[in-house]
Write a protein that binds this ligand. Structure first.
Ligand code: S3P
Length: 173
């Protein structure tokens, strides 16, 4: 089996920091899809949304996901919208995907306090809430779920390793 783990979840849930923690613990690499897209494009995610729009970003995201899934010994932090496209869900079908969840209140708080520029969190609060509600069924459909509420990234990382990665995965090589 490939040594690869994919984290999904709404904006602000902590996918990137948890991915880094898990990777550190297992001596794997962590890979942030947004960072991969931004570095390939030589622009920030906000810049891509501004100049080319969301649809173009979604195509880049699918391409980046395909590229990331060729790697081994990697923990991949996806962007919050990765489950929107059927093609992405199909790419993830046989992968170990773990969805991180938190209450809307907590996510709103984290996004507000974060330095990351998120084009889809800039509008009115109600838009953000609607987006959360609309996507909820997509996140809920993921088999492996972790509630992150009140937990530190290191604790979430440990929980994921214990619950979802067999001993095989923790072995070197
Ligand atoms: C998005 C989430 C962002 C980023 C882009 C779109 C979304 O990633 O991919 O701004 O549609 O939810 P994070 O989940 O890391 O904020």
């Amino acid at each position: 089996m490939e040594k690869r783990l994919i984290l999904t979840g709404f904006m602000g849930v902590g996918k990137s920091s948890v991915a880094r923690r898990i990777a550190q613990r297992l001596s794997w690499n962590s890979l942030d899809l947004d960072e991969l897209i931004a570095s390939r494009q030589g622009r920030s995610i906000a810049g891509i949304f501004e100049s080319e729009g969301e649809e173009a970003f979604r195509r880049m995201e699918t391409e980046a996901l395909g590229e990331a899934l060729k790697r081994d010994r990697v923990v991949i932090a996806t962007g919050g919208g990765i489950l929107l496209r059927e093609v992405n869900r199909e790419l993830l079908r046989n992968e170990i995907v773990v969805n991180l969840g938190a209450s809307f209140k907590e996510l709103e708080r984290r996004v507000k306090n974060s330095r990351t520029e998120r084009p889809l969190a800039k509008g009115p609060a109600v838009e953000f809430r609607n987006r959360f509600e609309e996507r909820k069924p997509l996140y809920d459909a993921i088999e492996r779920q972790v509630d992150t509420e009140g937990k530190l990234p290191g604790e979430i990382a440990e929980e994921i390793i214990t619950r979802f990665l067999g001993e095989e995965m923790e072995k070197p090589g």
